[in-house]
Design a protein around this ligand. Structure first.
Ligand SMILES: Nc1ncnc2c1ncn2[C@@H]1O[C@H](COP(=O)(O)OP(=O)(O)OP(=O)(O)O)[C@@H](O)[C@H]1O
Ligand SMILES: [Mg+2]
Length: 320
């Protein structure tokens, strides 16, 4: 199929009698970012390993095509088209950061001169120039992570798999990484990432899939996913207990928090609903000291879709 960088149908994988992936479909258009979310043990790394040829899928899995190549028939072509940064570091601690990079350049058959040039550029881009001549074993976790991803980019891959690329990075490094990923995508690169940071998926991904119990529990844009679950409301908070009581009586459909002197009115957060709430408050002569609008965020979606079986799934803002 043209236009799809990554395509898999009915992806299955079991370890022994434990089914990890139970019919997962993936379709990632070229030049887009796809984020796979899911709790620990959901099978994210397994999916990355299968799609990047490191582990084979169970028989019965449909065709997997990466960069237009059939993964089963031509894994070499797939490997040439992709870059992979695993969840755990591939950095060799005994040699320097620069040497790690040059080794990757050799593996990609770059000339000495090209290798040096690419290495210098990437070390600069990932803020590793100062550390370049030191053994990688002396790097902090975040520096190793950055080196790891820099190494993935040496071969200038058109499709990259990033398994939890920013785990352990400080906020500045995380934002730098996001910026680098965005630049890659602007340059036409396709990114398949897994993450535990819902904010990261929200920031970067064109499409997000939530993996739970071996299946995709939901897929869509961040906005689409947020619309799947309830939990939007307007919260009115009062300083004065009497004003609060008056408002609570008038707004009997609101849920009350007598301790915090606040009322929650269910709302989708749309301009129209907000206006009618404000009009209504004006008419009733009620003035809240604080008004905040809560729309469900991806955390709510995650909790709602991946809660342990048997426990009612409630978006966190609705838990009282
Ligand atoms: N080589 C293996 N042999 C047996 N079981 C495995 C193997 N690799 C993974 N598993 C199991 O498969 C399941 C999914 O693991 P996987 O590493 O894909 O999860 P994950 O979603 O990446 O989790 P995390 O968020 O912790 O990284 C787990 O139950 C794990 O124990
Ligand atoms: Mg993992």
């Amino acid at each position: 199929m043209t236009g799809l960088a990554i395509a898999a149908n009915g992806l299955r994988k079991s370890y022994g009698d434990k089914s990890v992936l139970d019919g997962v479909d993936v379709a990632v258009p070229e030049g887009t970012v796809f984020a796979l979310l899911g709790p620990n043990g959901a099978g994210k790394t397994t999916a990355v390993k299968i799609l990047s040829t490191l582990v084979s899928a169970d028989s019965g899995t449909g065709d997997i095509r990466i960069g237009g190549h059939d993964l089963a028939a031509d894994p070499q072509a797939v490997r040439a088209a992709i870059g992979v940064t695993g969840q755990f570091s591939a950095v060799d601690g005994l040699i320097t950061g620069e040497e790690n990079m040059l080794l990757m350049a050799d593996l990609h058959h770059l000339s000495k001169q090209e290798g040096r040039q690419v290495t210098a550029e990437l070390l600069e881009r990932f803020d590793l120039v100062e550390a370049a001549k030191k053994p990688a074993s002396t790097y902090s976790g975040g520096m190793k992570r950055r080196l790891d991803i820099a190494m993935t980019l040496v071969g200038n891959p058109r499709i990259i798999f990033l398994d939890e690329p920013t785990t352990g990075l400080d906020p500045r490094s995380r934002h730098n990484m996001w910026q680098i990923i965005r630049e890659l995508v602007t340059g036409g690169v396709t990114v398949f990432l897994t993450t535990q940071y819902l904010e990261e998926a929200d920031e970067l991904a064109d499409r997000i899939a939530v993996l739970n119990d071996g299946k995709i529990a939901a897929e869509g844009t961040a906005e689409e996913l947020k619309r799947l679950i309830p939990g939007g409301h307007v919260r009115l908070r009062f300083d004065d207990p009497d004003t609060y009581q008056t408002a609570a009586l008038a707004l009997h459909e609101a849920s009350r928090d007598d301790e915090a002197l606040s009322l929650q009115i269910p709302s989708d957060g749309s301009q129209r609903e907000l206006r009618s709430i404000l009009d209504w408050l004006d008419t009733a002569g009620i003035e809240a000291d604080e008004l905040t609008v809560h729309t469900p965020d991806l955390d709510d979606v995650f909790f709602a879709l991946t809660g342990p079986a048997g426990i009612p799934n409630q978006p966190k803002e609705n838990v009282r």
